[in-house]
Design a protein around this ligand. Structure first.
Ligand SMILES: Nc1ncnc2c1ncn2[C@@H]1O[C@H](COP(=O)(O)OP(=O)(O)OP(=O)(O)O)[C@@H](O)[C@H]1O
Ligand SMILES: [Mg+2]
Length: 678
């Protein structure tokens, strides 16, 4: 057994040789250009983070570039949180700035903002996932393009030395992060990038339905993308070594070690907390080194579980200190001094004294940050215990106040804190603001292709509206109007992610509300979308009814673009049902409306549809005519992915005509167009 004394006072690192060896093997493979993904799986407090810390210390700053991102417990679900955390330039300094392309990953330091205000700040340089992308069926492609830019930035960082990217507490990751992780894991196999992800398996069964991580974990295993190191509880010898290391004493009675070992069941965090607790209670005097100062060991009462021991330490704090910790826990895993102080309305010096005391007790630590004075909880468990211990009404009051303070403090950059504000105002039951910021958070998540998070925020926004009821500034009708619009967005999102059944349900809710409101435009919009989703599900006859109803209203109201979309949907239904003449008639009407609306993109894509119908019929001449018309329109809007599709279909026609050379020529053009997509 090895015992390694660590830099800071009482911390030692014991055992874990085989786990470290396994990590080192993975790292050697990464160094040789064959990146790997390693999961560290183990219960709370068993030592996953400590294992990674020790491993990264061993690698040293010259061996690898270490990136660390955390997922946060019950915090703002900001999409891609661990990636933003790890790649933030404030943390990584100039190195990161030199390696990453401007406009991609958080790339500008604050001071640069004024020099070049037009370059977007933020993690992702992405085209907004607006309705057009959601409707076009290009969601996967667009998302992949965005993921690829993040992946290539990480790979670029690995050119000079291998990158070890650690994501801690993955059990709390948002779905978008899990998808990005899966994507990156697939692509690191030819890069000097090692991914290490720690998670608690026991938390995966707590969620209703299947936990997102379980799904990704299983798929990554099936694709042989990852290996798993199980971080197990420790044996008596290791526990004994931790106790000795902490107390810097060797003559510790066996009875005491046995008791701590059996109560802890080999969980090192439990041991560390028990010792701290006994020192705080004065049962052990850590400065005396004389073991005999201990009271009767046999009678010593130790708390029953990990949460108990943390609770017991917190419970012993005086009221003022506890209140400070409670406010901090409501702010988040990290908390800024200024916000905490204003939330507590406390004197600066007085608060600093208490924070110093909390640091000394290893309950919080100060975070290095250029952003002001930021603290965080020393261990995730501590925040978990304190936060979960808040009564609902107390939590509500705190969140309300914190939300208001952050809104004031960040009034010039509200867009950057929408997730934080959505959480505080929702939890603080300030429904109007909860509605506003949840909607903004949903929009922001949607623009980053984080559809699950976007859905969560839109639903939260609906909830806030319902809670507001008649108090909403727009009155009862205003609530219904906003809700209908939110349901349309939710339907759109579901449609864009291929969940057609869900899309139909959301649009039906919008339809119901539009009828209550007597809003014909909204009614038509919802009906049209229901029809489109049904047609994607293959219910063509049913879809026709909804689309017909929508078309009637759109025609009444002279809405050309919408008429084009409804007719296009009808054309598709008839085509799929084998009614080709009807299909062409609807497409012709759709073309007319799209021309009236002056929408080249829509026209171009519809010409492809029409070409397909002719092609289907064996009328190659007309097929080719429409594909060429499509290319002409699409060139104007530079939609290379659709242009590639048109060329591909021309190639296909030539294959059917057995004109092989021309087919190859057009398929090649299709490839050339696809290459222009960026
Ligand atoms: N090998 C070790 N040697 C000495 N102490 C350890 C060791 N592993 C863990 N510990 C102690 O146990 C505490 C908890 O470990 P750690 O934070 O790594 O657990 P974890 O598995 O990451 O838990 P969580 O799931 O809650 O994040 C650490 O603060 C450390 O003091
Ligand atoms: Mg941990």
């Amino acid at each position: 057994m090895s015992i390694v004394k660590r830099n800071h006072e009482e911390q030692v690192f014991v055992n874990r040789e085989s786990e470290l060896e396994e990590l080192e093997r993975a790292f050697n493979s990464t160094k040789a250009g064959r990146g790997v993904t390693v999961f560290l799986e183990g219960e709370a407090g068993v030592g996953k983070t400590a294992l990674f810390d020790h491993f990264s210390e061993r690698l040293g700053p010259h061996g690898a570039r270490i990136l660390r991102g955390r997922c946060l417990y019950k915090d703002d679900v900001e999409p891609y949180m661990p990636f933003i955390d790890a790649l933030e330039p404030k943390k990584t300094g100039p190195v990161m700035r030199d390696c990453l392309p401007v406009g991609l990953i958080g790339l500008r330091m604050e001071e640069e903002k004024e020099e070049s205000p037009d370059i977007p700040v933020g993690l992702f340089n992405t085209k907004d996932a607006d309705s057009r992308i959601l409707d076009s069926g290009n969601v996967e492609q667009e998302r992949e393009r965005m993921f690829n830019s993040v992946r290539s930035s990480i790979s670029n960082l690995a050119h000079s030395k291998p990158v070890v990217f650690f994501i801690d507490d993955l059990q709390w990751a948002d779905r978008a992060s899990l998808q990005l992780l899966h994507y990156i894991a697939r692509h690191v196999r030819q890069a000097k990038v090692m991914l290490v992800c720690a998670f608690r398996p026991e938390e995966l069964s707590l969620e209703e339905g299947e936990h997102g991580l379980l799904d990704i974990f299983r798929r990554m295993n099936e694709e042989k993308l990852s290996t798993t190191i199980r971080v197990n509880r420790m044996g008596r010898e290791s526990i004994s070594a931790i106790v000795q290391g902490m107390l810097e004493a060797e003559d510790i009675p066996d009875t005491f070690i046995n008791k701590v070992y059996s109560e802890s069941e080999g969980n090192p965090y439990f041991v560390v907390e028990v010792i701290k607790s006994l020192c705080e209670e004065g049962v052990i005097d850590p400065t005396s080194h004389v073991w005999s100062t201990m009271r009767d060991i046999e009678k010593l009462s130790l708390p029953g579980g990990l949460m108990d021991i943390v609770s017991r330490r917190v419970a012993k704090l005086d009221y003022k200190t506890k209140k400070i910790l409670m406010h901090a826990s409501a702010i988040g895993s990290h908390f800024e001094f200024k916000i905490l102080q204003r939330a507590l309305e406390m004197d600066e010096e007085e608060l600093l004294d208490v924070l110093d005391q909390l640091i000394e007790m290893h309950l919080i630590i100060e975070e290095p940050s250029k952003d002001g004075e930021v603290f965080r909880f020393d261990h995730v468990q501590i925040r978990q215990v304190v936060y979960d211990g808040l009564s609902r009404s107390r939590a509500r009051v705190m969140h309300k106040k914190i939300g208001e303070l952050i809104e004031q403090e960040c009034s010039d950059r509200l867009g950057e804190v929408v997730y934080i504000l959505a959480r505080h105002f929702h939890a603080g039951q300030i429904w109007e603001k909860g509605f506003k910021y949840s909607l903004m958070a949903g929009e922001s998540a949607q623009s980053l292709f984080a559809f699950d998070e976007a859905q969560k925020y839109y639903l939260q926004s609906v909830e806030c509206l319902e809670r507001l009821g008649n108090d909403f500034s727009g009155g009862r009708n205003g609530v219904m109007q906003e809700k209908a619009l939110l349901y349309l967005r939710l339907g759109e999102l579901a449609y864009g992610s291929g969940r057609f059944l869900g899309a139909i349900e959301f649009h039906k809710s919008a339809l119901e509300l539009s009828k209550k409101l007597g809003d014909r435009g909204l009614e038509a919009e919802a009906s049209c979308r229901i029809g489109l989703a049904k047609s994607q599900k293959g219910d063509y006859k049913d879809a026709e009814k909804d689309l017909d109803r929508a078309l009637d209203i759109f025609t009444e109201e002279n809405q050309h673009l919408s008429m084009a979309l409804a007719n296009r949907g009808l054309g598709y239904c008839h085509w799929r049902a084998g009614e080709l003449d009807d299909a062409l008639a609807h497409y012709a009407a759709a073309v007319e409306s799209a021309q009236d609306a002056g929408d080249s993109h829509l026209l171009g894509t519809m010409y492809i549809d029409i070409g397909n119908v002719h092609n289907h019929r064996g009328d190659f001449e007309n097929g080719l005519k429409y594909y060429n018309m499509a290319i002409e329109e699409l060139e104007q809007v530079k939609d290379y992915s659709e242009i590639a599709r048109a060329y591909n279909n021309i190639g296909d026609v030539h294959i059917q005509m057995e004109k092989w050379d021309t087919a190859i020529e057009y398929l090649d053009k299709s490839v050339q167009s696809a290459k222009k997509i960026h």
